[in-house]
Design a protein around this ligand. Structure first.
Ligand code: PLP
Length: 415
């Protein structure tokens, strides 16, 4: 977008509400010299939806696209061999990040596909009766949709695992769901809205003792928290490149069983050409996360705490949702009484990119299933703001964002 001085921000099409441009808005403008032009961009605080690609990863993707462009399935010459080596190295980098063997890493286009393959695997081992699944109520739509479809076909029956008001899955809640003798337990490692981190190792141990396999959606956790898939005994673990500063369209199912997943009949035995640049970029992103995650996440948590402290002091009547003692470093989920979240987010559109909830639910009017499962009061659901910090955010950005968000809440309340 070209930089033009603005005097007003339109909030919605219907209402002719205009907010005066304030100093923070001017300060939020990022000036990038590109072909002699200035680019205007809001501060990006929606890292649960996706992350910017690390420039080191982008460099590698570019080099693979332009230099190592061979087809990894063409084993007859050096080009194919080089591409195939890149994929093997990416599998090893992904495996290292989540504590798994490279041979257990099965590439996909992202977590949504990986989850579908995992459920297909579990279904294939259950003959003559529906698969019994126990799933937490706060799973991502990528899990819920697959389960809903299979349930509507009569292929599975689902028992729900309840969460508490901070979106925690307790061992007692899992124990209650295990009375239905599930074949498969689905729990996420960290929630994509309120950031609550789950005790995956303990949950897996308990589920295994009851004879169930475990599917862990680690999409938000991978690259942000230490994961030991093999030591924890997780049967299926999924992760996605674009959540950890890698390119979009790449992800993995990590499982000793994934190669058993049934393929659609037309594709039986046929391997398409893999997305070598994207997968090599995914591997590189995992390599960087493995070495930089700890320091980055400590710094990000500091910025998040600073944002939380400023916002809650500037704006009365706000509450923090989720588990404040055990959440993703970059997660800040708040509710501001009297300020409907869609209006606040619209107000911030030009200055700070935050969201009302999951990217897949954006634009939806229905309250978030996560906040409902937490049984939050209605006003907290209606005013919930998801703020997601990442490794490229600076302290200056966070300070501007704090006053911009506070101003937006105040303006919406005044309206
Ligand atoms: N699971 C969780 C927890 C997510 O946050 C997302 C994406 O937002 C997904 C699954 C789907 O991931 P992908 O975009 O890689 O398909």
């Amino acid at each position: 977008m070209e930089h033009q001085p603005r005097t007003a921000v339109r909030l919605t099409d219907e209402s002719e509400i205009y907010a005066r441009v304030t100093s923070y808005e001017a300060a939020a403008i990022v000036r990038t010299e590109r072909a002699g032009r200035l680019t205007v961009r809001p501060i990006y605080l929606d890292h649960h939806a996706t992350t910017p690609v690390d420039p080191r990863v982008a460099d590698l993707v570019y080099r693979v696209m332009t230099e190592a462009f061979g087809n990894p399935n063409s084993a007859d010459h050096a080009f194919g061999g080089e591409a195939s080596r890149l994929l093997r190295s990416a599998a090893s980098q992904v495996g290292s990040l989540v504590g798994a063997l490279s041979e257990d890493v099965h590439f996909t286009t992202g977590s949504t596909e990986a989850i579908a393959v995992a459920v297909a695997c579990a279904l294939s081992s259950c003959k003559g009766r529906p698969l019994r699944v126990a799933a937490s109520r706060i799973e991502h739509a990528a899990v819920l949709d697959v389960l809903a479809l299979a349930a509507s076909n009569g292929e599975i029956v689902v028992t729900w695992i309840e969460v508490d008001e901070a979106a925690r899955i307790s061992l007692a809640a899992l124990r209650a769901a295990l009375t239905a003798s599930p074949d498969l337990v689905c729990v996420m490692a960290a929630n994509n809205e309120v950031g609550t981190i789950q005790p995956v190792a303990d949950l897996t141990r308990l589920a295994h003792a009851a004879g169930a396999e475990v599917l862990v959606d680690a999409t938000q956790a991978a690259g942000r928290l230490p994961i030991e898939a093999r030591n924890w005994g997780v049967d299926y673990l999924v992760l996605s490149s674009h959540k950890l500063y890698g390119p979009k369209g790449a992800g993995a199912l990590v499982s000793p069983r994934a190669s058993e997943a049934p393929k659609p009949p037309l594709f039986e035995g046929r391997r398409g050409t893999p997305n070598t640049p994207g997968l090599a970029g995914f591997g590189e992103a995992c390599r960087i996360r493995a070495s930089e995650m700890e320091a980055d996440e400590t710094r990000i948590a500091g910025l998040r705490d600073r944002l939380e402290a400023t916002l809650t002091s500037l704006v009365p009547d706000t509450v923090v949702n989720g588990d404040r003692d055990n959440r993703l470093a970059g997660n800040l989920h708040i509710s501001a009484r009297g300020a409907p979240n869609d209006m606040v987010v619209a107000h911030l559109r030009e200055t700070v990119a935050i969201s009302t909830g999951a990217a897949c639910a954006s634009g939806a009017d229905a309250p978030s299933h996560v906040l409902r499962a937490m049984d939050l009061e209605h006003w907290r659901q209606d005013t919930a703001l998801r703020i997601g910090l990442g490794r490229f955010n600076t302290a200056d950005e966070i300070d501007f964002a704090a006053s911009a968000i506070a101003d937006a809440i105040r303006n919406v309340r005044a309206f």
